[in-house]
Ligand binder design. Structure first.
Ligand code: URA
Length: 188
């Protein structure tokens, strides 16, 4: 089975799983992009706009993500973008740990299908799933090898929209991604 079909089947399976928290309360925002992406971006959870359109990162944070991708000449269609929790928590509250636990097996299967060279997490929730002890203020922009991919924690675009300092850090880390990707491919 090709990767695209595998992802479609996984999405259908998720849509049917009524045991998932937030089922029936918000739309499923499965993720989108190239199934052959070298970089997989993982955010926190959909917001209002994402819930409306069933697409990840299409609101203000998404605009900034697109801008950052443009800085490294990477069209959005060439990466894959998803979230750790794939339905919008009410009022955009932080995801609960039970929600993260329930949704991450699906994230893991997306990773297994896409087989990215690099996973770039956006914000602390997705970072802490991979690196439970990491601190975003300390560890952003640092690459760690995990199995067949490297993990690079990044600030969440929403944080960069609130703080000029974080904006600069996010931009700096983004500009470093192409070289990190090259190195990761050389040492795979
Ligand atoms: N913030 C996220 O973490 N994910 C989205 O899809 C949108 C905003």
């Amino acid at each position: 089975m090709d990767k695209k079909t595998e992802l479609e089947n996984l999405k259908t399976e998720m849509e049917k799983n009524s045991a998932l928290p937030l089922y029936g309360k918000a739309n499923l925002v499965f993720g989108e992009g190239s199934e052959d992406a070298e970089i997989l971006f993982i955010g926190e959870a959909p917001g209002r706009r994402e819930d409306e359109l069933c697409r990840p990162f299409v609101g203000q944070s998404g605009k900034l993500l697109d801008k950052m991708l443009a800085k490294i000449n990477l069209p959005r269609e060439r990466v894959y973008i998803t979230n750790i929790v794939k339905r919008r928590p009410p009022e955009n509250r932080d995801p609960f740990s039970e929600e993260i636990e329930a949704y991450t097996p699906y994230l893991q299967r997306q990773i297994d299908i896409i087989k990215p060279v690099m996973i770039a997490t956006l914000g602390r929730f997705s970072m802490n799933y991979f690196l439970p002890d990491a601190k975003i203020s300390h560890d952003h922009g640092k690459a760690t090898r995990i199995n067949s991919y490297i993990l690079v924690p990044l600030y969440h675009p929403a944080a960069a929209l609130r703080s000029g300092k974080m904006f600069k850090e996010l931009e700096k880390n983004f500009l470093e991604l192409p070289q990190m990707l090259k190195d990761a491919k050389a040492h795979k």
